[in-house]
Design a protein around this ligand. Structure first.
Ligand code: SF4
Ligand code: SF4
Length: 586
Protein backbone atom coordinates (compact mmCIF):
# COMPACT_ATOMS: atom_id res chain seq x y z
CA UNK A 1 0.00 0.00 0.00
CA UNK A 2 1.21 3.51 -0.80
CA UNK A 3 0.73 6.36 1.66
CA UNK A 4 1.93 9.93 2.06
CA UNK A 5 4.41 10.19 4.93
CA UNK A 6 6.89 12.70 6.29
CA UNK A 7 10.43 11.45 6.69
CA UNK A 8 9.89 11.13 10.44
CA UNK A 9 6.66 9.17 9.96
CA UNK A 10 8.44 6.99 7.42
CA UNK A 11 11.26 6.23 9.85
CA UNK A 12 8.71 5.15 12.45
CA UNK A 13 7.08 2.90 9.86
CA UNK A 14 10.51 1.57 8.92
CA UNK A 15 11.14 0.66 12.55
CA UNK A 16 7.83 -1.21 12.63
CA UNK A 17 8.57 -3.07 9.40
CA UNK A 18 12.08 -3.93 10.65
CA UNK A 19 10.72 -5.57 13.81
CA UNK A 20 12.18 -3.08 16.27
CA UNK A 21 11.46 -4.08 19.84
CA UNK A 22 12.72 -1.01 21.75
CA UNK A 23 12.82 2.66 20.70
CA UNK A 24 14.01 5.52 22.89
CA UNK A 25 14.49 9.24 22.31
CA UNK A 26 14.59 12.68 23.84
CA UNK A 27 12.46 15.21 21.93
CA UNK A 28 14.39 17.59 19.70
CA UNK A 29 13.48 19.34 16.48
CA UNK A 30 13.59 18.02 13.78
CA UNK A 31 13.51 14.44 15.12
CA UNK A 32 10.64 14.58 17.65
CA UNK A 33 7.87 13.11 15.51
CA UNK A 34 9.74 9.85 14.96
CA UNK A 35 9.02 8.52 18.44
CA UNK A 36 5.60 10.18 18.49
CA UNK A 37 4.77 7.99 15.49
CA UNK A 38 6.51 4.89 16.80
CA UNK A 39 3.98 4.75 19.67
CA UNK A 40 1.19 3.85 17.26
CA UNK A 41 2.87 0.44 16.85
CA UNK A 42 1.93 -1.54 19.94
CA UNK A 43 4.66 -4.15 19.39
CA UNK A 44 7.40 -1.57 19.96
CA UNK A 45 8.31 -0.54 23.49
CA UNK A 46 8.79 3.25 23.24
CA UNK A 47 10.02 5.74 25.82
CA UNK A 48 10.94 9.37 26.23
CA UNK A 49 14.27 9.11 28.00
CA UNK A 50 15.47 11.97 30.24
CA UNK A 51 18.20 12.73 27.68
CA UNK A 52 19.87 11.35 24.56
CA UNK A 53 22.64 9.58 26.47
CA UNK A 54 20.07 7.57 28.40
CA UNK A 55 18.09 6.94 25.20
CA UNK A 56 21.15 5.45 23.52
CA UNK A 57 22.07 3.44 26.61
CA UNK A 58 18.55 1.97 26.73
CA UNK A 59 18.74 1.11 23.03
CA UNK A 60 22.20 -0.39 23.49
CA UNK A 61 20.92 -2.54 26.36
CA UNK A 62 18.04 -3.80 24.20
CA UNK A 63 20.53 -4.62 21.44
CA UNK A 64 22.79 -6.50 23.87
CA UNK A 65 19.72 -8.51 24.94
CA UNK A 66 19.14 -9.45 21.30
CA UNK A 67 16.29 -7.17 20.22
CA UNK A 68 16.45 -4.62 17.43
CA UNK A 69 16.70 -1.15 18.94
CA UNK A 70 16.31 2.42 17.73
CA UNK A 71 17.60 5.61 19.36
CA UNK A 72 16.49 8.96 17.90
CA UNK A 73 17.90 12.40 18.53
CA UNK A 74 18.60 15.75 16.95
CA UNK A 75 22.14 16.58 15.92
CA UNK A 76 23.18 18.23 19.20
CA UNK A 77 21.64 15.30 21.06
CA UNK A 78 24.44 13.15 19.62
CA UNK A 79 26.87 15.33 21.58
CA UNK A 80 25.06 14.28 24.75
CA UNK A 81 25.04 10.62 23.66
CA UNK A 82 28.63 10.67 22.38
CA UNK A 83 30.04 8.86 25.40
CA UNK A 84 28.07 5.60 25.01
CA UNK A 85 28.17 6.03 21.20
CA UNK A 86 31.93 5.80 20.87
CA UNK A 87 32.13 2.73 23.07
CA UNK A 88 29.11 1.04 21.48
CA UNK A 89 31.18 1.27 18.30
CA UNK A 90 33.70 -1.00 20.05
CA UNK A 91 31.28 -3.43 21.68
CA UNK A 92 29.19 -3.87 18.57
CA UNK A 93 25.69 -5.28 18.81
CA UNK A 94 23.64 -8.46 19.17
CA UNK A 95 20.28 -7.23 17.94
CA UNK A 96 20.63 -4.46 15.38
CA UNK A 97 21.17 -0.93 16.68
CA UNK A 98 20.22 2.09 14.57
CA UNK A 99 20.76 5.67 15.72
CA UNK A 100 18.93 8.52 14.02
CA UNK A 101 20.72 11.85 13.89
CA UNK A 102 18.43 14.64 12.66
CA UNK A 103 20.64 17.52 11.57
CA UNK A 104 19.37 21.07 11.23
CA UNK A 105 21.17 23.07 8.50
CA UNK A 106 20.07 26.71 8.76
CA UNK A 107 19.36 26.20 12.48
CA UNK A 108 15.58 26.42 12.17
CA UNK A 109 15.36 25.32 15.79
CA UNK A 110 18.88 24.74 17.04
CA UNK A 111 21.83 26.48 18.63
CA UNK A 112 24.36 25.33 16.01
CA UNK A 113 24.38 23.53 12.65
CA UNK A 114 27.04 20.91 13.24
CA UNK A 115 27.39 18.35 10.46
CA UNK A 116 26.98 14.96 12.10
CA UNK A 117 28.45 13.06 9.18
CA UNK A 118 31.66 13.81 11.05
CA UNK A 119 30.45 11.67 13.95
CA UNK A 120 30.26 8.61 11.72
CA UNK A 121 33.89 9.03 10.73
CA UNK A 122 34.95 9.97 14.25
CA UNK A 123 33.18 7.05 15.94
CA UNK A 124 33.99 4.65 13.05
CA UNK A 125 30.47 3.52 12.35
CA UNK A 126 28.60 3.45 9.04
CA UNK A 127 26.10 6.15 8.12
CA UNK A 128 23.18 6.04 5.68
CA UNK A 129 21.47 9.16 4.38
CA UNK A 130 18.01 8.94 2.73
CA UNK A 131 16.97 11.50 0.11
CA UNK A 132 13.18 11.15 0.48
CA UNK A 133 10.49 9.57 2.64
CA UNK A 134 10.60 6.22 0.81
CA UNK A 135 14.31 5.91 1.48
CA UNK A 136 13.83 7.15 5.04
CA UNK A 137 11.64 4.10 5.65
CA UNK A 138 13.67 1.62 3.63
CA UNK A 139 17.03 2.70 5.06
CA UNK A 140 15.88 1.80 8.58
CA UNK A 141 15.50 -1.86 7.67
CA UNK A 142 18.72 -1.73 5.68
CA UNK A 143 20.41 -0.13 8.66
CA UNK A 144 19.39 -3.02 10.91
CA UNK A 145 20.64 -5.56 8.38
CA UNK A 146 24.01 -3.79 8.11
CA UNK A 147 24.17 -3.46 11.88
CA UNK A 148 23.72 -7.19 12.41
CA UNK A 149 25.88 -8.24 9.45
CA UNK A 150 28.84 -6.09 10.51
CA UNK A 151 28.29 -6.13 14.29
CA UNK A 152 28.09 -2.34 14.51
CA UNK A 153 25.72 0.45 15.44
CA UNK A 154 24.51 2.24 12.29
CA UNK A 155 23.73 5.91 11.92
CA UNK A 156 20.86 7.08 9.73
CA UNK A 157 21.24 10.80 9.13
CA UNK A 158 18.37 13.01 8.09
CA UNK A 159 18.12 16.78 7.81
CA UNK A 160 15.15 19.03 8.57
CA UNK A 161 13.75 18.92 5.02
CA UNK A 162 13.78 15.13 4.90
CA UNK A 163 12.30 14.90 8.42
CA UNK A 164 9.37 17.21 7.72
CA UNK A 165 8.65 16.99 3.98
CA UNK A 166 6.07 14.42 2.87
CA UNK A 167 6.44 11.92 0.07
CA UNK A 168 4.78 8.79 -1.26
CA UNK A 169 5.92 5.67 0.56
CA UNK A 170 5.24 2.07 -0.29
CA UNK A 171 4.65 0.08 2.86
CA UNK A 172 5.44 -3.58 3.40
CA UNK A 173 4.43 -6.18 5.94
CA UNK A 174 6.28 -5.84 9.23
CA UNK A 175 8.64 -8.36 10.75
CA UNK A 176 7.76 -9.56 14.25
CA UNK A 177 10.07 -8.07 16.89
CA UNK A 178 12.59 -10.57 18.24
CA UNK A 179 11.95 -11.32 21.89
CA UNK A 180 15.20 -12.81 23.22
CA UNK A 181 14.71 -16.04 25.14
CA UNK A 182 17.81 -15.67 27.27
CA UNK A 183 20.67 -13.31 27.82
CA UNK A 184 24.11 -14.26 26.52
CA UNK A 185 27.03 -13.43 28.76
CA UNK A 186 29.91 -12.09 26.62
CA UNK A 187 32.08 -9.98 28.92
CA UNK A 188 34.97 -9.79 26.41
CA UNK A 189 32.60 -8.08 24.00
CA UNK A 190 30.61 -5.89 26.36
CA UNK A 191 32.86 -5.12 29.34
CA UNK A 192 35.13 -2.41 27.99
CA UNK A 193 37.96 -2.78 30.46
CA UNK A 194 41.19 -1.68 28.78
CA UNK A 195 42.17 -5.32 28.12
CA UNK A 196 38.91 -6.08 26.31
CA UNK A 197 38.72 -2.70 24.60
CA UNK A 198 42.25 -3.16 23.21
CA UNK A 199 41.09 -6.42 21.67
CA UNK A 200 37.99 -4.78 20.20
CA UNK A 201 39.69 -1.77 18.59
CA UNK A 202 41.38 -3.77 15.77
CA UNK A 203 38.01 -5.39 15.07
CA UNK A 204 36.53 -1.92 14.60
CA UNK A 205 39.26 -1.06 12.09
CA UNK A 206 38.77 -4.36 10.24
CA UNK A 207 35.04 -3.71 10.19
CA UNK A 208 35.56 -0.33 8.55
CA UNK A 209 37.65 -1.94 5.81
CA UNK A 210 34.92 -4.52 5.20
CA UNK A 211 32.27 -1.79 5.19
CA UNK A 212 34.29 0.21 2.66
CA UNK A 213 34.18 -2.85 0.39
CA UNK A 214 30.47 -3.25 1.05
CA UNK A 215 29.90 0.42 0.12
CA UNK A 216 31.31 -0.22 -3.39
CA UNK A 217 28.40 -2.51 -4.20
CA UNK A 218 25.79 -0.92 -1.98
CA UNK A 219 22.76 -0.62 -4.24
CA UNK A 220 21.77 2.74 -2.77
CA UNK A 221 25.01 4.37 -3.94
CA UNK A 222 23.50 5.12 -7.32
CA UNK A 223 25.29 6.29 -10.48
CA UNK A 224 23.11 8.16 -13.01
CA UNK A 225 25.28 8.68 -16.08
CA UNK A 226 23.80 11.26 -18.45
CA UNK A 227 25.47 14.45 -19.73
CA UNK A 228 29.09 13.87 -18.73
CA UNK A 229 30.08 17.54 -19.01
CA UNK A 230 29.25 17.73 -15.33
CA UNK A 231 29.12 15.11 -12.56
CA UNK A 232 27.65 15.83 -9.13
CA UNK A 233 28.37 13.78 -6.02
CA UNK A 234 25.70 14.40 -3.43
CA UNK A 235 23.36 12.84 -0.88
CA UNK A 236 20.14 13.37 1.05
CA UNK A 237 17.92 16.31 0.18
CA UNK A 238 20.80 17.92 -1.70
CA UNK A 239 20.32 15.29 -4.39
CA UNK A 240 16.76 16.58 -4.88
CA UNK A 241 17.95 20.18 -5.12
CA UNK A 242 20.74 19.45 -7.61
CA UNK A 243 18.51 17.16 -9.64
CA UNK A 244 15.87 19.86 -9.88
CA UNK A 245 18.44 22.39 -11.03
CA UNK A 246 20.31 20.10 -13.45
CA UNK A 247 18.17 17.06 -14.33
CA UNK A 248 20.35 16.23 -17.33
CA UNK A 249 23.75 16.08 -15.61
CA UNK A 250 25.39 12.96 -14.23
CA UNK A 251 24.99 12.08 -10.56
CA UNK A 252 26.52 9.85 -7.97
CA UNK A 253 23.90 9.80 -5.23
CA UNK A 254 25.36 8.37 -2.06
CA UNK A 255 22.94 6.42 0.16
CA UNK A 256 25.85 5.45 2.39
CA UNK A 257 27.83 8.56 3.28
CA UNK A 258 30.34 6.74 5.47
CA UNK A 259 32.47 4.94 4.49
CA UNK A 260 32.69 6.28 0.96
CA UNK A 261 32.83 3.93 -2.08
CA UNK A 262 36.29 5.00 -3.22
CA UNK A 263 36.48 2.96 -6.43
CA UNK A 264 32.98 3.96 -7.46
CA UNK A 265 33.92 7.60 -6.95
CA UNK A 266 37.13 7.17 -8.99
CA UNK A 267 35.21 5.59 -11.85
CA UNK A 268 32.53 8.25 -11.77
CA UNK A 269 35.16 11.02 -11.69
CA UNK A 270 36.94 9.50 -14.70
CA UNK A 271 33.75 9.66 -16.77
CA UNK A 272 32.84 13.32 -16.26
CA UNK A 273 34.59 16.50 -17.38
CA UNK A 274 33.93 18.50 -14.25
CA UNK A 275 33.19 17.04 -10.82
CA UNK A 276 31.27 18.77 -8.03
CA UNK A 277 30.60 17.85 -4.40
CA UNK A 278 27.19 19.33 -3.62
CA UNK A 279 26.82 19.00 0.15
CA UNK A 280 25.37 21.23 2.86
CA UNK A 281 27.64 22.32 5.71
CA UNK A 282 31.08 20.68 5.87
CA UNK A 283 33.22 19.60 2.90
CA UNK A 284 32.85 16.00 4.10
CA UNK A 285 32.90 14.35 0.66
CA UNK A 286 35.09 17.03 -0.88
CA UNK A 287 37.97 16.67 1.58
CA UNK A 288 38.02 12.88 1.35
CA UNK A 289 37.79 12.91 -2.44
CA UNK A 290 40.52 15.54 -2.76
CA UNK A 291 42.69 13.36 -0.51
CA UNK A 292 42.40 10.66 -3.20
CA UNK A 293 44.02 13.07 -5.67
CA UNK A 294 40.77 13.63 -7.57
CA UNK A 295 39.90 17.15 -8.76
CA UNK A 296 36.56 18.15 -7.32
CA UNK A 297 34.87 21.52 -6.84
CA UNK A 298 32.96 22.11 -3.63
CA UNK A 299 33.16 24.85 -1.07
CA UNK A 300 34.89 27.17 -3.53
CA UNK A 301 31.49 27.68 -5.15
CA UNK A 302 28.93 26.42 -2.59
CA UNK A 303 28.38 27.96 0.87
CA UNK A 304 29.78 26.41 4.06
CA UNK A 305 26.89 27.67 6.15
CA UNK A 306 23.14 27.23 5.99
CA UNK A 307 20.69 25.28 3.88
CA UNK A 308 20.99 24.67 0.17
CA UNK A 309 18.28 24.91 -2.49
CA UNK A 310 18.07 24.33 -6.25
CA UNK A 311 19.21 27.93 -6.62
CA UNK A 312 22.38 27.16 -4.65
CA UNK A 313 23.20 24.45 -7.17
CA UNK A 314 22.47 26.74 -10.10
CA UNK A 315 24.55 29.58 -8.69
CA UNK A 316 27.53 27.37 -7.88
CA UNK A 317 27.61 25.27 -11.01
CA UNK A 318 26.46 28.00 -13.39
CA UNK A 319 23.60 28.05 -15.80
CA UNK A 320 20.00 29.09 -15.61
CA UNK A 321 18.46 28.93 -12.17
CA UNK A 322 15.40 26.69 -11.92
CA UNK A 323 12.08 28.50 -11.74
CA UNK A 324 13.18 30.95 -9.07
CA UNK A 325 10.51 30.90 -6.45
CA UNK A 326 12.21 31.31 -3.12
CA UNK A 327 13.24 34.94 -3.00
CA UNK A 328 10.07 36.52 -4.49
CA UNK A 329 7.94 34.49 -2.10
CA UNK A 330 9.90 35.78 0.87
CA UNK A 331 9.14 39.36 -0.17
CA UNK A 332 5.45 38.83 0.54
CA UNK A 333 5.86 37.06 3.86
CA UNK A 334 5.41 39.44 6.79
CA UNK A 335 8.05 38.91 9.49
CA UNK A 336 6.75 36.74 12.33
CA UNK A 337 9.33 36.84 15.09
CA UNK A 338 9.06 33.95 17.55
CA UNK A 339 7.26 34.81 20.75
CA UNK A 340 5.96 33.15 23.89
CA UNK A 341 2.25 32.31 23.73
CA UNK A 342 -0.33 34.65 25.25
CA UNK A 343 -0.64 33.59 28.87
CA UNK A 344 2.76 31.85 28.92
CA UNK A 345 3.90 31.50 32.54
CA UNK A 346 7.48 32.46 31.57
CA UNK A 347 6.58 36.00 30.49
CA UNK A 348 6.28 37.50 33.99
CA UNK A 349 9.50 35.81 35.11
CA UNK A 350 11.55 37.45 32.36
CA UNK A 351 9.78 40.78 32.80
CA UNK A 352 10.78 40.72 36.47
CA UNK A 353 14.37 39.60 35.80
CA UNK A 354 14.77 42.42 33.28
CA UNK A 355 13.33 44.93 35.70
CA UNK A 356 15.81 43.78 38.35
CA UNK A 357 18.75 44.02 35.89
CA UNK A 358 20.26 40.71 37.06
CA UNK A 359 22.66 38.71 34.87
CA UNK A 360 20.68 35.74 33.56
CA UNK A 361 22.25 32.55 32.29
CA UNK A 362 19.65 30.90 30.10
CA UNK A 363 18.95 27.50 28.66
CA UNK A 364 17.22 25.66 25.81
CA UNK A 365 13.43 25.68 25.54
CA UNK A 366 10.47 28.00 24.94
CA UNK A 367 11.88 30.27 27.60
CA UNK A 368 14.93 30.99 25.43
CA UNK A 369 12.52 33.45 23.78
CA UNK A 370 13.06 35.59 26.90
CA UNK A 371 16.24 36.72 25.13
CA UNK A 372 14.23 38.51 22.42
CA UNK A 373 12.66 41.98 22.48
CA UNK A 374 10.87 43.38 24.32
CA UNK A 375 11.90 41.17 27.25
CA UNK A 376 15.62 40.81 26.41
CA UNK A 377 16.29 39.24 29.79
CA UNK A 378 18.77 36.50 28.97
CA UNK A 379 22.52 36.96 28.79
CA UNK A 380 23.77 33.49 27.84
CA UNK A 381 22.35 30.37 26.21
CA UNK A 382 24.84 27.67 25.22
CA UNK A 383 23.36 24.18 25.32
CA UNK A 384 21.00 21.93 27.28
CA UNK A 385 21.66 22.35 31.00
CA UNK A 386 24.46 24.90 30.61
CA UNK A 387 22.65 27.69 32.45
CA UNK A 388 23.51 26.27 35.85
CA UNK A 389 27.20 25.59 35.22
CA UNK A 390 27.51 28.99 33.54
CA UNK A 391 26.06 30.73 36.62
CA UNK A 392 28.45 28.77 38.83
CA UNK A 393 31.47 29.76 36.73
CA UNK A 394 30.43 33.41 36.76
CA UNK A 395 29.99 33.35 40.52
CA UNK A 396 33.42 31.79 41.04
CA UNK A 397 35.22 34.02 38.52
CA UNK A 398 33.86 37.18 40.14
CA UNK A 399 35.72 37.44 43.40
CA UNK A 400 33.09 39.85 44.67
CA UNK A 401 30.32 37.33 45.17
CA UNK A 402 27.56 39.93 45.32
CA UNK A 403 28.59 41.34 41.93
CA UNK A 404 28.88 37.86 40.49
CA UNK A 405 25.50 36.55 41.52
CA UNK A 406 23.87 35.27 38.38
CA UNK A 407 20.42 33.76 38.04
CA UNK A 408 20.26 30.54 36.01
CA UNK A 409 16.91 30.00 34.29
CA UNK A 410 16.09 26.47 33.16
CA UNK A 411 12.90 24.65 32.21
CA UNK A 412 11.68 21.48 33.90
CA UNK A 413 12.48 19.14 31.01
CA UNK A 414 15.91 20.68 30.48
CA UNK A 415 16.63 20.50 34.21
CA UNK A 416 15.88 16.78 34.19
CA UNK A 417 17.83 16.34 30.93
CA UNK A 418 21.12 17.77 32.15
CA UNK A 419 20.63 20.38 34.86
CA UNK A 420 20.66 18.14 37.91
CA UNK A 421 24.42 17.60 37.93
CA UNK A 422 25.00 21.36 37.55
CA UNK A 423 22.84 22.00 40.61
CA UNK A 424 24.73 19.30 42.48
CA UNK A 425 27.94 21.19 41.66
CA UNK A 426 26.51 24.43 43.00
CA UNK A 427 25.49 22.75 46.24
CA UNK A 428 28.73 20.79 46.61
CA UNK A 429 31.11 23.62 45.70
CA UNK A 430 29.09 26.34 47.45
CA UNK A 431 28.16 28.48 44.47
CA UNK A 432 26.50 31.79 45.23
CA UNK A 433 23.92 31.21 42.52
CA UNK A 434 20.16 31.21 42.24
CA UNK A 435 18.61 28.66 39.93
CA UNK A 436 15.07 29.23 38.67
CA UNK A 437 13.37 26.04 37.52
CA UNK A 438 10.45 27.06 35.29
CA UNK A 439 8.21 24.04 35.78
CA UNK A 440 5.50 24.19 33.11
CA UNK A 441 4.86 20.43 33.38
CA UNK A 442 5.93 19.56 29.84
CA UNK A 443 8.63 19.63 27.19
CA UNK A 444 6.93 22.62 25.64
CA UNK A 445 9.27 23.77 22.88
CA UNK A 446 9.12 20.54 20.90
CA UNK A 447 5.35 20.15 21.14
CA UNK A 448 4.54 19.20 24.74
CA UNK A 449 6.04 15.78 25.22
CA UNK A 450 5.96 13.98 28.55
CA UNK A 451 9.04 13.70 30.76
CA UNK A 452 9.86 12.32 34.21
CA UNK A 453 8.27 15.34 35.88
CA UNK A 454 4.86 15.18 34.21
CA UNK A 455 3.51 12.00 35.74
CA UNK A 456 2.73 10.38 32.38
CA UNK A 457 4.60 8.13 29.94
CA UNK A 458 4.70 8.58 26.18
CA UNK A 459 1.64 6.29 25.96
CA UNK A 460 -0.26 8.46 28.45
CA UNK A 461 -0.02 5.97 31.31
CA UNK A 462 0.22 7.45 34.79
CA UNK A 463 3.63 7.06 36.39
CA UNK A 464 5.98 8.55 39.01
CA UNK A 465 6.57 12.28 38.86
CA UNK A 466 9.70 14.02 40.11
CA UNK A 467 9.26 16.16 43.20
CA UNK A 468 11.61 19.07 42.50
CA UNK A 469 11.63 20.31 46.08
CA UNK A 470 12.66 16.93 47.44
CA UNK A 471 15.18 16.45 44.64
CA UNK A 472 16.82 19.87 45.14
CA UNK A 473 16.93 19.34 48.91
CA UNK A 474 18.54 15.93 48.39
CA UNK A 475 21.19 17.55 46.20
CA UNK A 476 22.06 19.84 49.11
CA UNK A 477 20.11 23.04 48.42
CA UNK A 478 18.92 24.60 51.68
CA UNK A 479 16.94 27.51 50.26
CA UNK A 480 14.07 26.45 48.00
CA UNK A 481 11.12 28.69 47.22
CA UNK A 482 8.04 28.04 45.10
CA UNK A 483 6.44 30.98 43.29
CA UNK A 484 3.37 31.72 41.20
CA UNK A 485 4.83 33.22 37.99
CA UNK A 486 1.63 35.21 37.36
CA UNK A 487 2.11 37.16 40.59
CA UNK A 488 4.65 39.84 39.66
CA UNK A 489 4.94 41.22 43.18
CA UNK A 490 5.64 37.82 44.67
CA UNK A 491 8.15 37.09 41.91
CA UNK A 492 10.06 40.30 42.56
CA UNK A 493 10.11 39.78 46.32
CA UNK A 494 11.31 36.20 46.10
CA UNK A 495 13.94 36.85 43.41
CA UNK A 496 15.23 39.88 45.34
CA UNK A 497 15.54 37.84 48.51
CA UNK A 498 17.34 34.95 46.80
CA UNK A 499 19.65 37.12 44.68
CA UNK A 500 20.77 38.88 47.83
CA UNK A 501 21.44 35.59 49.57
CA UNK A 502 25.06 34.65 48.90
CA UNK A 503 24.36 30.94 49.03
CA UNK A 504 22.97 28.37 46.61
CA UNK A 505 19.23 28.70 46.22
CA UNK A 506 16.44 27.44 43.98
CA UNK A 507 13.21 29.15 42.96
CA UNK A 508 10.62 26.85 41.40
CA UNK A 509 8.07 28.60 39.20
CA UNK A 510 5.03 26.34 39.17
CA UNK A 511 2.45 26.88 36.43
CA UNK A 512 1.61 24.56 33.52
CA UNK A 513 2.24 25.59 29.93
CA UNK A 514 -0.78 27.54 28.75
CA UNK A 515 -1.36 24.93 26.04
CA UNK A 516 -1.08 22.08 28.48
CA UNK A 517 -3.40 22.65 31.42
CA UNK A 518 -5.05 19.26 31.83
CA UNK A 519 -8.76 19.89 32.24
CA UNK A 520 -8.10 23.35 33.66
CA UNK A 521 -10.58 25.76 32.17
CA UNK A 522 -9.10 28.77 33.95
CA UNK A 523 -7.62 30.29 30.82
CA UNK A 524 -10.83 30.02 28.87
CA UNK A 525 -13.07 31.19 31.67
CA UNK A 526 -11.71 34.73 32.05
CA UNK A 527 -9.91 37.06 29.70
CA UNK A 528 -8.90 40.68 29.87
CA UNK A 529 -9.80 43.79 27.89
CA UNK A 530 -8.69 47.41 27.73
CA UNK A 531 -11.06 50.09 28.94
CA UNK A 532 -10.53 52.71 26.23
CA UNK A 533 -11.55 55.55 28.46
CA UNK A 534 -9.04 54.70 31.17
CA UNK A 535 -6.10 53.89 28.85
CA UNK A 536 -3.69 56.84 28.55
CA UNK A 537 -1.48 55.18 25.91
CA UNK A 538 1.58 54.86 28.18
CA UNK A 539 2.54 51.50 26.60
CA UNK A 540 3.56 49.96 29.94
CA UNK A 541 1.55 46.85 29.08
CA UNK A 542 3.56 46.36 25.88
CA UNK A 543 6.70 45.68 27.89
CA UNK A 544 5.74 42.04 28.38
CA UNK A 545 5.43 41.44 24.64
CA UNK A 546 2.19 39.46 24.81
CA UNK A 547 0.95 38.73 21.26
CA UNK A 548 -2.62 39.31 22.46
CA UNK A 549 -1.93 43.02 23.02
CA UNK A 550 -2.19 45.19 19.93
CA UNK A 551 -1.53 48.87 19.53
CA UNK A 552 -4.28 50.87 17.88
CA UNK A 553 -3.34 54.26 16.55
CA UNK A 554 -5.73 57.04 17.53
CA UNK A 555 -5.91 60.80 17.57
CA UNK A 556 -3.46 61.07 20.43
CA UNK A 557 -0.79 58.48 21.30
CA UNK A 558 -3.01 55.55 20.50
CA UNK A 559 -4.32 52.89 22.83
CA UNK A 560 -3.78 49.28 23.73
CA UNK A 561 -6.25 46.65 22.58
CA UNK A 562 -6.42 43.06 23.76
CA UNK A 563 -7.50 40.49 21.21
CA UNK A 564 -10.24 38.43 22.89
CA UNK A 565 -9.31 35.50 20.66
CA UNK A 566 -5.74 35.41 21.95
CA UNK A 567 -5.87 36.51 25.60
CA UNK A 568 -5.55 33.66 28.07
CA UNK A 569 -6.27 35.73 31.15
CA UNK A 570 -2.88 35.42 32.84
CA UNK A 571 -3.31 38.90 34.46
CA UNK A 572 0.33 39.93 33.91
CA UNK A 573 -0.44 42.96 31.71
CA UNK A 574 -3.17 44.08 34.08
CA UNK A 575 -0.62 44.16 36.90
CA UNK A 576 1.51 46.59 34.89
CA UNK A 577 -1.22 49.09 34.07
CA UNK A 578 -1.06 51.91 36.60
CA UNK A 579 -4.37 53.29 35.36
CA UNK A 580 -6.25 50.04 35.96
CA UNK A 581 -7.34 50.25 32.35
CA UNK A 582 -6.93 46.50 31.84
CA UNK A 583 -9.92 44.82 33.34
CA UNK A 584 -11.43 41.38 33.39
CA UNK A 585 -13.94 40.84 30.63
CA UNK A 586 -17.07 39.31 32.05
S1 SF4 B 1 -0.53 50.08 30.47
FE1 SF4 B 1 -2.70 50.62 30.65
S2 SF4 B 1 -2.76 52.78 30.23
FE2 SF4 B 1 -0.78 52.06 29.50
S3 SF4 B 1 -1.15 51.58 27.36
FE3 SF4 B 1 -1.46 49.69 28.46
S4 SF4 B 1 -3.67 49.66 28.87
FE4 SF4 B 1 -3.17 51.74 28.28
S1 SF4 C 1 -3.94 38.90 30.44
FE1 SF4 C 1 -2.65 40.28 29.24
S2 SF4 C 1 -0.60 39.33 29.22
FE2 SF4 C 1 -2.07 37.74 29.87
S3 SF4 C 1 -2.67 36.70 28.00
FE3 SF4 C 1 -4.19 38.33 28.30
S4 SF4 C 1 -3.38 40.05 27.15
FE4 SF4 C 1 -1.67 38.61 27.40
Amino acid sequence: MKVLLSGNEAIARGAFEAGVSVAAAYPGTPSTEILENVVQYEDIYAEWAPNEKVALEVATGASIAGGRALACMKHVGVNVAADPLFTAAYTGVRGGLVIITADDPEMHSSQNEQDNRNYARFAKIPMLEPSDSQEAKDFIKLGFEISEQFDTPVFVRITTRIAHAKGVVEQFDPEKPTVPEQLEKQPQKYVMLPKNARARHPLVEERMVKLAGYAENFAQNVVELQDTACGIITSGVNYQYAKEAFPGYSFLKLGMVHPLPIEKIRQFASKVDKLYAFEELDPFFEDQIKALGIDIIGKDVFPLCGEFSPTTAAKGIGGAAPAAREEPLLEYLPPRPPNMCPGCPHRGVFYTLKKMKVFVTGDIGCYTLGALPPLQAMDTCICMGASIGNAMGIAKAMKNEAAGKAVAVIGDSTFLHSGITGLLDIAYNKGACTVMILDNRTTAMTGRQEHPGTGYTIRGEETKSVNYRTLCAALGIDHIKVVNPFDLQELEEVITEEVNRLEPSVIISEEPCVLHRRGDKKAASHIYMVNDEACIGCKACLQVGCPAIEWRKGEDKGKAFISPNLCNGCTVCAQLCKKEAIIEKK
